[in-house]
Design a protein around this ligand. Structure first.
Ligand SMILES: [Zn+2]
Length: 349
């Protein structure tokens, strides 16, 4: 049975603050969500339901069994498939009026401008500050508003930054070093937290796109479901901020093979330049492995010790390696098997 957009959005356009003119604004809006785990997927889902016309969903990971409890609408049939593609397809089923572009890639300095693109708003559903600082820098340089979120255990944070009118993320969180002992893998996460953080962030996003004011602009909202407690604090502008202050750092990080530790023993290895791997060649050499996913752009296999995701671009997610050295050896061996000239110029971050 067909449903028209006017029927679908009728209850929202009835809200006086939105109306049909507001819906039209939202339909013309473009938003990039970086990180579509529980929070990012919730944000994207709500924004599509609000009528946002274009969503780019960037995520480097695949769906793992421990993700399913907080990915609304995503079932076991999506295991080991790229998260951004799974979330895009899930949302498209109920929201045919939003154009959704999934991107399966690691956001880094060399591709941040290309991947974030010309959008009206950047939203962060990430789990690390290294990438958040790239988003913040882009927000500062391009004057694109940026919504920060985080969720862990029973707590969540939402911040709205639109520099130069407001302070930036680094004013609120200067020089945070990501600590692996403080992530969802070790501290856990309850599904209602991703729901409330995602819902508030989506609501803030819609207000920004509609041009409405918000108390969260230049502020940080902390939610703790244990109370529940809600604390809204102002972020002071820091003159010594490394991102927006007078002595800001404008240097570019060196290029090379990128090794990112994500989780206790999971390594994301990014080649210095994108490759174009023939995944069938790799598949044919894996007689002893269990194949979990076999698709045009992704191969996921498991050996006795490792779960390895091989992306066509040459990027690898290696789970179960005993250290960076072993992960890099596996990457180097795989790349040379299908692309002998690829080199290992190593840069750890
Ligand atoms: Zn700042």
């Amino acid at each position: 049975m067909n449903v028209s957009p006017s029927e679908y959005f009728q209850r929202q356009t009835t809200v006086p603050e939105i109306g049909t003119a507001g819906l039209e604004k939202l339909r013309k809006a473009k938003v990039t969500v970086v990180g579509v785990g529980g929070v990012g997927a919730t944000i994207a889902d709500f924004l599509a339901r609000c009528g946002v016309g274009f969503l780019r969903l960037i995520d480097q990971d695949i769906v793992e069994p421990s993700n399913l409890h907080r990915l609304i609408g995503v079932g076991r049939e999506s295991l080991y498939r790229p998260k951004s593609e799974v979330v895009a397809s899930t949302i498209s089923k109920t929201n045919p009026w939003t154009r959704i572009e999934p991107v399966v890639e690691t956001l880094r300095p060399s591709n941040v401008v290309e991947l974030l693109g010309e959008v009206d708003l950047i939203i962060d559903g990430l789990d690390n500050f290294r990438t958040r600082y790239y988003l913040n820098r882009h927000s500062l340089e391009k004057h694109v508003p940026y919504i920060f979120t985080s969720a862990i255990a029973t707590q969540g944070h939402i911040g709205v930054f639109a520099p130069p009118e407001t302070p930036c993320l680094a004013c609120a969180f200067p020089s945070v070093a990501d600590r692996l002992e403080e992530n969802c893998e070790t501290l856990g996460i309850i599904p209602p937290v991703v729901g409330i953080v995602g819902a508030i962030a989506a609501s803030e996003a819609a207000k920004i796109l509609l041009g409405h004011s918000t108390k969260l602009s230049g502020g940080l909202l902390t939610v703790d479901m244990a109370g529940p407690d809600f604390l809204l604090s102002r972020v002071p502008r820091r003159d010594d901020c490394k991102a927006c202050g007078v002595a800001r750092d404008t240097s570019n990080p060196p290029q090379g093979t990128l090794t990112i530790l994500c989780g206790e023993n999971t390594f994301n290895i990014v080649p210095p330049e994108p490759l174009s791997l023939d995944l069938r060649t790799i598949l044919s050499s894996l007689a002893q492995a269990t194949i979990l996913t076999e698709a045009h752009s992704l191969l996921v296999y498991r050996t006795a010790k490792l779960t390895v995701s091989v992306f066509k671009s040459g990027r690898l997610l290696i789970k179960g390696a005993d250290g960076e050295h072993e992960a890099l050896s596996i990457a180097s061996e795989l790349w040379s098997r299908v692309s002998p000239e690829s080199s290992l110029v190593h840069e750890a971050v």
